[in-house]
Design a protein around this ligand. Structure first.
Ligand code: PLP
Length: 398
């Protein structure tokens, strides 16, 4: 370049390099679509399969590589891929591992949008999905056919919170050449170890653990991201190939927000668990309530399985209101809440509620009526209880 380039060029091809060795608490945020190669030979020799260098922003930056390694550690896994949402983590696993003619089995209480993906998208590609009752391992055994290639697990189920016997479910699938994938969003890598579920000397593990990093790892209610973690290099590479071809990259600013929140994850999870159990126990004593669905509460479906596997629980539970309350009355209660906001997702600082019609959600459920799912934020739990007390006034208005 000439000595005195024009100003517009000088602003771009600038000679200044800051000193190396900037050591600070948080990792740097590296943003790029383009990444330079030193020469054409380096460009020709590029490989996106190993994390030995950089090829294009979509396939990784120092920021996303750093977050991938930390999520792998959180999950007790070896390799992690980042995707733009928790739902994208589910759809990536489906599209990477299934082909026309294959079958995938999904628990009937699984996260709804994952089931919708199977119903509408996988079906168009000639991939069949069938649901099984995760609380009855015989139902899983009966659903397996030679075409079954992937079995989804979720612990506990979304909204109705049944905690399955993961050991028995994994035993049922073992040795059949079927990949098992767990939606581990609730456990967040903290409540139990997805890659070590063995009991009585039997080593059992899921093959794939996905998380909505949107929830606890982000903790802010302001990031959408998902992760796909494995321990087997060949399985990781199979999913990674589809990850690359589908263009499921994440932005460095979002990765930064999750990196910043990870150190406080165990503290937040514990605090939200404590608050969740306090509020769930309070609801369990209320005369308006038919059932509280929280795996750490005795009498909740799958409590014994939870107790065997987990020490902790997410700050998330559902309350089934007694049938004598109409849907309109329960909605009036929800609308009267002030600290609890009405909205999807969970694990941010603000407590949230979502009402569901239990009969529509789970036709076979033992109770009828309207269910309200509570997710605990980080407010003082005494204030949250006061909020519920004041809003119960609206429930009883006719
Ligand atoms: C929220 C959630 C997802 C999806 O995460 P998004 O980032 O919102 O797409 C998947 N599974 C479970 C269990 C969830 O709670």
């Amino acid at each position: 370049m000439k000595k005195n380039p024009n100003r517009s060029t000088a602003l771009i091809a600038h000679a200044y390099q800051p000193p190396a060795g900037f050591a600070a608490m948080q990792p740097a945020v590296h943003k790029a679509s383009t990444i330079y190669f030193a020469d054409t030979a380096a460009m020709k020799a590029r490989t996106w399969k190993e994390k030995t260098g950089y090829t294009y922003g979509l396939h990784g930056t120092p920021t996303t590589f750093t977050l991938e390694e930390r999520i792998a550690t959180l999950e007790g896994g070896k390799q992690t891929l980042l995707v733009p949402s928790g739902l994208a983590a589910i759809t990536l696993v489906d599209t990477a591992l299934l082909k026309s003619g294959d079958e995938v089995l999904i628990p009937d209480n699984a996260y709804g949008p994952g089931k919708e993906f199977a119903r509408h998208e996988l079906a168009r590609w000639g991939i069949t999905h069938r649901s099984y009752d995760p609380m009855n391992p015989a139902s899983l055994a009966a659903a397996i056919t030679p075409a079954t290639k992937l079995v989804w697990l979720e612990a506990p189920g979304s909204v109705t919170m049944e905690f399955p016997d993961l050991t028995m479910l994994l035993m049922t699938v073992r040795g059949k050449g079927i990949v098992t994938a767990l939606d581990n969003t609730w456990g967040a890598g903290l409540a139990f170890d997805a890659f070590s579920i063995g009991s009585e000397g039997i080593a059992l593990a899921v093959d794939v653990s996905v998380q909505a990093l949107t929830k606890y790892p982000s903790g802010g209610g302001d990031v959408l991201m998902g992760s796909v973690t494995t321990r087997d290099e060949a399985l990781h590479q199979a999913i990674k190939a589809t990850h690359m071809r589908t263009g499921f990259g994440v932005g460095a600013n979002d990765a930064e927000l999750v990196l910043r929140a990870l150190p406080s994850l165990p503290l937040r999870y514990e605090a939200q668990d404590r608050a969740g159990r306090t509020l769930a126990l309070w609801w369990a004593e209320r005369p308006e309530v038919a059932q509280v669905l929280h795996p750490a509460l005795e009498g909740s479906p799958g409590h014994a399985h939870w107790a065997r596997l987990c020490g902790q629980a997410a700050g998330l539970f559902s309350v089934v209101f007694d049938q004598r309350y109409s849907e309109r009355q329960v909605h009036a209660f929800v609308d009267a809440l002030e600290l609890f906001k009405i909205g999807f997702s969970w694990a941010g600082p603000v407590s949230l509620v979502v009402p569901y019609d239990l009969a529509a959600l789970r036709p076979g459920a033992p109770h009828r009526g309207t269910l309200v799912r509570f997710s605990l934020g980080l407010e003082d739990v005494a204030d949250l209880i006061d909020d519920c007390v004041q809003a119960l006034g609206a429930l009883n208005e006719r």
